[in-house]
Design a protein around this ligand. Sequence first.
Ligand code: ATP
Ligand code: MG
Length: 682
Amino acid sequence: MVKTVYMPDPSVSRKSHISTMKQYADMYKRSIDTPEEFWADIAKQFHWETPASPSKFFSYNFDITKGPIHIKWMEGATTNICYNLLDRNVKNGLGDKIAYYWEGNDPDDYSRLTYRKLLEEVCRFANVLKSKGVSKGDRVAIYMPMILEVIIAILACSRIGAVHTIVFAGFSADSFAERMLDSKCKVLITTDGAWRGQKLLCLKEICDAALERCKKLGHEVETCIVVEHLPRLSVSQSRNGTVEENGDTSQEKRKASEHKIPWTEGRDVWWHEEMEGASTSCYPVWVGAEDPLFMLYTSGSTGKPKGVLHTTGGYLLYAATTFKYVFDYRPGDVYWCTADVGWITGHTYVVYGPLANGATSVLFEGTPFHPDNDRYWMIVHKYRVNQFYTAPTALRALMKFGDEPVKKHSLSTLQVLGSVGEPINPEAWHWYYKVIGHEKCSIVDTFWQTETGGHVLTPLPGCTPMKPGSATLPFFGVLPVLLDENGKEIRGPGEGYLVFRRPWPGIMRTLFGSHERFETTYFKKFPGYYCTGDGARRDEDGYLWVTGRVDDMLNVSGHLLSTAEVEATLSAHPSVAEAAVVSQAHPIKGECLYCFVTPNEGTEFTTKLTDELKKKVREKIGPFATPEVIQHAPSLPKTRSGKIMRRILRKVAQNDRDIGDVSTLADEGIVETLFQNRIEIK
Ligand code: ATP
Ligand code: MG
């Protein structure tokens, strides 16, 4: 019998910052009753060049009918986030502590960086940026793999008050150009190339094409700084003396070391040449708490990406506090978040949150499948990782290979397992809990968005009883509300639109260049609330279950259904690796369920399987929910961050080839296959 509630293991609670629900409830109450005091206390651990005035600690308007939307925390205070992450920690005696263990795509490539060394490198690179004319408020684009230089580049920007805009180094030249154009970047930082698994990515070529396109559209990026990443790998290869004559990897490496990259004199410069002789000290630029820190485009799961803008002071407080409590980080722990820095999870929980807490993190360049499917577990074992944070899409992909790859490694150091990005289906949750966590770890299913800056709904590992699939309860300072279609608050159990009544310090302040789009997207539908665009259900215990995007809700014969529920049922079948469900118009029922199912590795897609699946949904949810169509999907269309793009699946179901903006789609090929396998509704 599968349990529905799991208590934190005493081994986790014992060491936890918050080990009882009473403690959580008291702190939560204080964060809601007196937010100024709550956050001002937290702010004390950081350096403020000009302190915040208590009377202006927090002000906002969430009601569009009363005037423009604004959110301000600690207005008038000045600080520097890089100073707080590095100088402050070095001053507090953490200079020799490892900030990052770097693990390359190839297991033979690895290195490490202490807080002191990181500070020196950041100062040097900040001086390089200054020498290129970058100053406070200028935008700097970053298009890089997961290497130590990306961390250095990010922090160098924040040291001089420049605004970084990171674009995941998997986007095409056109999508990248669009983002550079929108943000009007002055400088671009990239590498000559990178590997992802066995694949060589020619990043500089992509950058050149993007820069060219930008120029054509009227914006010229002045400088392109290039990290020499490829030859360095071949050097380390010979250092280890293990050059293989056969095998794809070494061929790739040889190809890379011969790889000549395009170069534009006057615009392109090498990182290492610029760094040579640059001073290791750089006085930080003090910026206002409400000055911009970075902008980042959303994943684009639902449409055109939005340029979300975050500011300095509130974001620092929120990143630091969520990291500390949600992962229960303790001095001496090793933490690993697998997200790429190109996503918000990488910003808050690879860079800012961990460094604000003086943490030691793993930074991983590669993929979970290279050189084999046990790479994640190998890394957990190698660095004795205590907190591990990944996405359901990665878990589902790894579950396909069974438990054997996991069993090869010792995962006994793990205490907290995090999930982010999509609702985690109970099947994946249980696998995570049992196979990875050995029923001892707490699972933190963290719900949040690029816009929220940090976790907003999440369990705390030492105290919150866990329910598989539920992001549970709000974090400190967060006031979630469920609204019905008419904007009326649903109290007690029920399902509706997930909105927030009040800002917490880490929420975005605007969409870059368009405050109006910001107001319309998030504040227009329900005046007085920030609207997430997600739906949620509240159960009898007050737990919140995020059910997916509101536009993914469907109404079948008068029953309101969330696709997440049906998907969870389908993927619980032992032969199913992944499933996605969309609604489709039906002449009689109004709407019906059109399902896409990816079977496990080596499992055939048969009528027997589809019959079983239909039966299962009927039994689990009800006859009204019986899928009308179950189509075989060799894989599902996903964003480059790994989220299922249901909007494209809806188009497939409708046989509508006008699929809109696909710049964030990871593999365009699959869309055509799905159209070809489409099943007509009778
Ligand atoms: P876009 O806004 O451009 O369509 P996106 O919403 O996918 O893209 P992100 O900000 O990266 O961009 O993702 C936030 C969304 O991810 C949330 O709104 C929610 O739908 C989903 N999500 C994230 N974490 C969870 C979680 N733990 N449980 C359920 N859903 C989650
Ligand atoms: Mg979104």
